[in-house]
Ligand binder design. Structure first.
Ligand code: NI
Length: 161
């Protein structure tokens, strides 16, 4: 177990949060170690998701834990279906102390590789769809603040992505 530093929007090395991440060539032990560190780091920060660029890795992968002990690993993910619309308050571990209302699809289908490099595909809706879309955006250098109508100081310590 190892914790990684989380890159913040206005902090050192923040350029990486705006980059288009590169695909992962092979899911090997090195990648698995990074994914495991990402889960530790996400949990330590009380987050529900963390994308590789947030720990300074320009690679297309993220982890998510929308409910306790329900962990997802996505390597080279692709959202193949977006349906409907929902709006909710989002936060981000790279934008600490703030929150904003963001519109997202109500339902998605997302595919990619899992922690073992095997293909996986999920249908998500509601909160899980929000989390996956938020993390997916990070891989293209997009932060929720780009999509939020208004970003304001977070009043409650809530879940952050
Ligand atoms: Ni985020």
């Amino acid at each position: 177990m190892a914790l990684r530093n989380i890159v913040e929007k206005d902090g050192e090395g923040s350029d990486i949060l705006r980059k288009h991440c590169r695909e992962v060539d092979k899911v090997d032990d090195r990648i698995r170690t990074i994914l495991d560190d990402m889960v530790d780091t996400m949990r330590e920060a009380s987050g529900v998701g963390l994308a590789a660029p947030q720990i300074g890795m320009m690679r297309r992968m993220f982890v998510a834990e929308p409910e306790p002990d329900e962990v997802y690993y996505f390597v080279n993910p692709e959202i193949t279906r977006r349906e409907g619309e929902q709006e909710s308050e989002e936060g981000c571990l790279s934008v600490p102390g703030y929150a904003g209302l963001v519109k997202r699809p109500e339902k998605i289908t997302i595919k990619g590789l899992d922690r073992d490099g095997r293909p996986q595909e999920f249908d998500f809706e509601g909160f899980r769809a929000i989390v996956m879309c938020h993390e997916y955006d990070h891989l293209d250098g997009i932060l929720y603040v780009d999509k939020a109508e208004e970003v304001h100081p977070a009043t409650l310590a809530g879940e952050e992505e």
